[in-house]
Design a protein around this ligand. Structure first.
Ligand SMILES: [Zn+2]
Length: 711
């Protein structure tokens, strides 16, 4: 309690504001809650949940997924939570915002055997051995089972790969992009099945050949109207062996044949979310989300996030039921969902409730044994189009977890695990919540990289109960603090947010200055670069200031209009404004001082450059998004003409090196009023890079898909 008060005084005193001492539980709350939760939360209980969930084959819209959801609901009910299964149609027709619901898929058995040459006959893949040996959502084999010749494709992503090959009625062996191969080999050339033996490397976490015996999680994503096919997955080692065999047989003009059987069905069914609540006293809420889907076992991805959410729920419920913690003002809701699909469905059916959702937190792959999996525990921030207090709060809670070991003299405490805070990158459920059109700021906790991600090696032994405990503690503290915060807690939080965001502002401006000075050395006309930097400095500083102020102002959701709180907020905002002005002045002085020391003064005047053709084009494009929530492009790509689909593939290939996060960030900034040129500039200010040509092309395709229009 004392420590927190000290922080409060120091921060506010430096801004010349007098505040009254805050009495009672208020400021001490996050620490007190943290300490109580620390006594209750168990990594081993969480591990038990993870173990139970990982037993199920949890493909989105399947009996296994349903069983996992029912297990979670029944278990949470047993702890006294109000837990329910929310059911949605899985019909391949219903849309929630831009997201299409899958059809339900069930598989009873599958097997792939090599039958020719006879002396090499053997089983290649068997469902009962590993669910990952089948390409998920495979259609049944024609006629119950079938025999087919194997054709080896180089990658099979280009027309030229098929020159001189007849794949009709055959099975292709590929390590190329599955969607693309399905389009070229199955749709256009009537192959009946695919054998996939692809893998990836991601040095230094995953080196060439390290996972030679793992099966990669591979799935068809039917959108309707495609030619049905089935597929199997081989390990890279078996794949190499089979490729060599086909090559050997080709020399003597003899085929390699397989026998395949897939007993599966795709049908109109249902898809489920598990939703559990700890009711509060108002209609506001905090949402904890974790995806419960993925193939058996997929322990870290994401039985771990689901297990942690369950343990956080169990512990909070118990502490509240026994009176250790008071009932929170706001509801805490836990949702275990099929990734993205479930969040779209939950939010779209609950649109009236969205304004009451103050914050969310996404848990995705949180249990990794760091020494084995190779990753780092990451707090991923929200996109900057949605500035929020949630980032600083989660960072502060994480700092508490980091107090593990100490130095000899006892003057410092620090973490023994790897951790980092990173900017938004997306790719999981927080991508849906944090979109400004939804407006529920959601950071994510994730461990990345993970060597075993999306392979058959993502097993329970890679899960660390101690890591589960840490993340459950962070999750429960974060959820309860937001759920119960009032004006007094908001005062502390606003100060904490201002302090942390201010640091980002300092670091951001200094990094910019460093970059400019470094570039000046290299530039053909060094003075010109420095002059340009001076003219851009104001924009940089005011962008960062805008993010700081936005984050501080977001605390108003907790503090309300209480004058004690609003006075602090105003003080913090004017403090930030003057800090940003000072920083800008200092940066200016540094650039000018450097220029003078280098003998470059007076700097040349900066002439406004004429807009290039591309910039003129982008300045005339004002994209308006036609759906709430982020784009789920997959079903919309399917609606493109074959020529446009081909064009989109080419476009992707030509811009392979472009960081795809910029298209997500651009989507978030596109508010129907900003031009694409302005959007691209904001993306650059946010992420440090942009690619206008890519964004123009990307948005043109979004228009063709019917996801945006230009106003
Ligand atoms: Zn995943």
């Amino acid at each position: 309690m004392k420590e927190n008060r000290r922080i409060l005084r120091v921060t506010i005193a430096s801004m010349g504001i007098t505040i009254y001492p805050v009495e009672g539980k208020s400021i001490s709350m996050f620490k007190r809650v943290f300490r109580e939760l620390e006594k209750e939360i168990s990594g081993n209980i969480a591990l038990n949940f993870v173990s139970e969930i990982s037993r199920h084959h949890r493909i989105q819209a399947s009996p296994g997924m349903r069983a996992a959801v029912c297990y979670a609901v029944e278990t949470l009910k047993g702890f006294g939570l109000d837990a329910r299964v929310h059911e949605y149609p899985a019909d391949g027709e219903t849309y929630y915002w831009s997201s299409l619901q899958f059809r339900e898929w069930a598989c009873r058995d599958a097997e792939l055997k090599l039958i020719e040459p006879e002396k090499e006959a053997r089983i290649l893949a068997r469902w009962s051995e590993s669910k990952l040996s089948l390409i998920q959502r495979s259609h049944p084999t024609p006629g119950g089972c079938c025999e087919a010749e194997v054709v080896v494709l180089e990658k099979g992503e280009e027309e030229k790969d098929y020159r001189g090959l007849d794949v009709e009625g055959r099975v292709v062996l590929t390590n190329g992009d599955l969607d693309r191969v399905r389009e070229l080999a199955v749709e256009r050339r009537r192959a009946i099945g695919i054998i996939y033996d692809g893998t990836w490397v991601r040095p230094p976490a995953l080196k060439e050949g390290e996972l030679d015996d793992a099966l990669k999680y591979t799935s068809f994503w039917w959108e309707g109207g495609e030619r049905p096919c089935f597929g199997f997955v081989l390990t890279p080692r078996t794949g190499r062996w089979l490729r060599e065999l086909v090559e050997k047989q080709e020399k003597t003009k003899k085929p390699v044949k397989v026998w395949a059987k897939v007993d599966s069905s795709l049908y109109e069914g249902s898809i489920e979310n598990a939703v559990a609540t700890i009711p509060g006293e108002t209609d506001e809420e905090v949402v904890i989300v974790a995806h419960i889907c993925h193939p058996q076992p997929s322990a870290n991805d994401n039985a771990s996030g689901s297990g942690v959410a369950m343990e956080a729920a169990r512990s909070l419920q118990r502490l509240i039921a026994t009176g250790v913690l008071s009932r929170p003002r706001r509801t805490i809701r836990f949702t275990l969902v099929p990734e993205m699909t479930g969040s779209y469905a939950f939010l779209a059916e609950n649109e009236d409730g969205i304004p009451g959702m103050l914050a969310a937190l996404n848990l995705d792959m949180v249990g990794e044994r760091q020494d084995v999996c190779g990753g780092t525990l990451i707090v991923e921030r929200t996109p900057e189009a949605t500035p929020s207090f949630v980032n600083s709060l989660l960072e502060a809670v994480c700092d508490e977890v980091k107090v593990e070991a100490g130095n000899l003299g006892g003057s410092a405490r620090y973490a023994l695990f790897r951790h980092a805070v990173t900017p938004f990158s997306g790719g999981s459920d927080h991508y849906v919540y944090s979109d400004p059109t939804v407006g529920v700021p959601s950071p994510m906790i994730i461990q990345w990289p993970d060597k075993f991600w999306h392979t058959s090696f993502d097993t329970l032994d890679k899960v660390d109960p101690e890591m589960l405990r840490k993340v459950a503690l962070m999750t429960a503290t974060y959820a309860y603090f937001i759920a119960d915060a009032g004006p007094e807690e908001a005062i502390w939080l606003a100060c904490e947010v201002a302090a942390r965001e201010k640091r980002r502002l300092f670091e951001g401006i200094q990094a910019y200055v460093t970059g400019v000075l470094n570039e000046a050395e290299r530039d053909g006309e060094p003075g010109k670069g420095l002059a340009k930097a001076l003219s851009e400095l104001k924009e940089k500083a005011s962008y960062r200031l805008g993010r700081c102020i936005g984050a501080v102002r977001s605390v108003r959701r907790l503090g309300g209009e209480d004058p004690r709180y609003t006075a602090v907020e105003e003080g913090l905002v004017s403090g930030l404004e003057s800090v940003a002005r000072d920083e800008q002045k200092m940066a200016r002085a540094a650039i000018l001082g450097y220029a003078e020391a280098k003998g470059l003064t007076p700097l040349p005047p900066v002439r406004r450059e004429r807009m290039k053709k591309l910039e003129r084009e982008a300045s005339g494009m004002v994209p308006r998004r036609l759906f709430r929530g982020p784009f789920s492009t997959r079903p919309w790509i399917r609606k493109l003409s074959p020529e446009d689909r081909e064009g989109l593939w080419r476009f992707g290939q030509e811009h392979e090196e472009v960081n795809r996060t910029i298209s997500t960030l651009a989507m978030y900034w596109a508010d129907g009023e900003r031009s694409l040129l302005e959007v691209s500039r904001l993306v650059e200010l946010e992420s440090g890079g942009t690619d206008l040509e890519y964004l123009v092309g990307h948005f043109r395709f979004l228009e063709k898909m019917g996801l945006v229009e230009f106003v």
